[in-house]
Design a protein around this ligand. Structure first.
Ligand SMILES: NC(=O)c1ccc[n+]([C@@H]2O[C@H](COP(=O)([O-])OP(=O)(O)OC[C@H]3O[C@@H](n4cnc5c(N)ncnc54)[C@H](O)[C@@H]3O)[C@@H](O)[C@H]2O)c1
Length: 317
């Protein structure tokens, strides 16, 4: 059976699938040529990340397809219910990338509180001519320890982020549409761990009391953070978004950064991917990454192995 990993797959995933007797194809087929390619090569499994879209047209036209796999969490690029109604298996790897995304959130937080994103833009240009001025302009950093992190969406990644925050000595508050409380276990390298129960609270109270807000919700139809929500936040607070573009109103965000209501933002996801707004990209108070939350070797290994194991069970088990 042939598996087309159209957005790539880790070597560990390829090895596991090959060992199980599958042929893995890693050619990147353009979206408009996918139907032809799948039919011509009689592909059984189509694996994607977020780039390839698997809509009704592909599901209807490709009879050889038995399984669609998403390496990662959000399946908004796949017509999941439609595929399942037609008898296809649709799988993803929900837990594999949580720690990697959580670490990136802290990358943005550390960057924001010490101006690393801006310093990295200006040091190459002026580090040798205006060292003292730059030193002064980046002098008023703050520590994360002792501050309050507000987590919106307290699922897998929200809780993984909470662990890191607790480990750093931060206070954690959270809100979630469905989860009332969660026990977060902070694990140390020597096997010791500390379990802390966190009860979620109303969104409004999280917005009002957090020094930093981080979003970990699925794709939404409407903004979660717009002008009204930003107004509720503390003066000088900051926001990180490594969930999905479209959860924050970027126009309201840029206005809030320009008026100094917010001190910085860390963005891994954008309303208009893959062509984010220039106003967002050019803003000196935004720490930027191009949707790389799950892009670590460790997460990709876990994703590849998890997909391989599910495919083997579903198609051969
Ligand atoms: N940046 C990246 O590369 C990257 C990588 C992996 C996942 N993600 C994204 O991270 C997000 C979270 O992933 P997860 O694994 O934690 O998912 P999850 O399903 O475990 O958790 C999401 C939580 O959000 C809550 N929620 C949904 N709508 C809400 C709302 N309007 N207000 C408050 N809470 C709400 C849900 O009840 C759930 O508990 C997803 O959007 C996923 O696509 C991004």
């Amino acid at each position: 059976m042939k598996i087309l990993a159209n957005d790539g797959i880790s070597q560990s995933g390829i090895d596991a699938l090959t060992n199980d007797g599958f042929e893995v194809i890693t050619t990147k087929v353009a979206q408009e040529q996918l139907i032809n390619y799948i039919n011509e090569h009689q592909i059984t499994g189509l694996l994607v990340r977020s780039a390839t879209k698997v809509r009704k047209d592909i599901i209807d036209a490709c009879e050889s397809l038995k399984i669609i796999g998403r390496g990662g969490v959000g399946m908004d690029n796949i017509d999941v219910q439609y595929a399942r109604d037609k008898g296809l298996h649709v799988i993803n790897t929900p837990a594999a990338s949580s720690s990697s995304v959580a670490e990136l959130v802290f990358g943005h937080l550390f960057s924001g509180v010490r101006f690393l994103h801006d310093s990295n833009r200006n040091m190459p240009l002026e580090g040798d001519s205006r060292f003292k001025e730059l030193k002064k302009s980046y002098a008023k950093g703050v520590e994360l320890r002792g501050k309050t992190l507000g987590i919106i969406g307290f699922g897998r990644i929200g809780q993984a982020t909470a662990k890191m925050a607790l480990g750093l000595g931060m206070n954690v508050i959270a809100t979630d549409k469905f989860i009332d409380k969660a026990t977060v276990s902070v694990d140390f390298f020597n096997g010791q761990s500390i379990a802390i129960e966190i009860e979620t609270e109303a969104m409004e109270s999280v917005l009002k009391n957090a020094d930093f807000i981080t979003l970990h919700v699925p794709a939404q139809k409407e903004y979660i953070i717009g002008k009204k929500e930003i107004e509720l936040m503390k003066q000088g607070a900051a926001i990180v978004n490594a969930s999905r573009g479209g959860t924050i109103d970027e126009v309201a965000l840029i206005d809030a950064l320009e008026s100094k209501k917010l001190s910085f933002a860390g963005l891994d996801v954008f309303e208009n991917e893959p062509t984010p707004a220039i106003k967002v990209l050019m803003n000196p108070y935004v720490s930027l990454t191009p949707h790389i939350g799950a892009a670590t070797n460790e997460a990709q290994d876990r994703i590849g192995l998890e997909l391989a194991s599910q495919i083997n069970t579903l198609l051969k088990g």
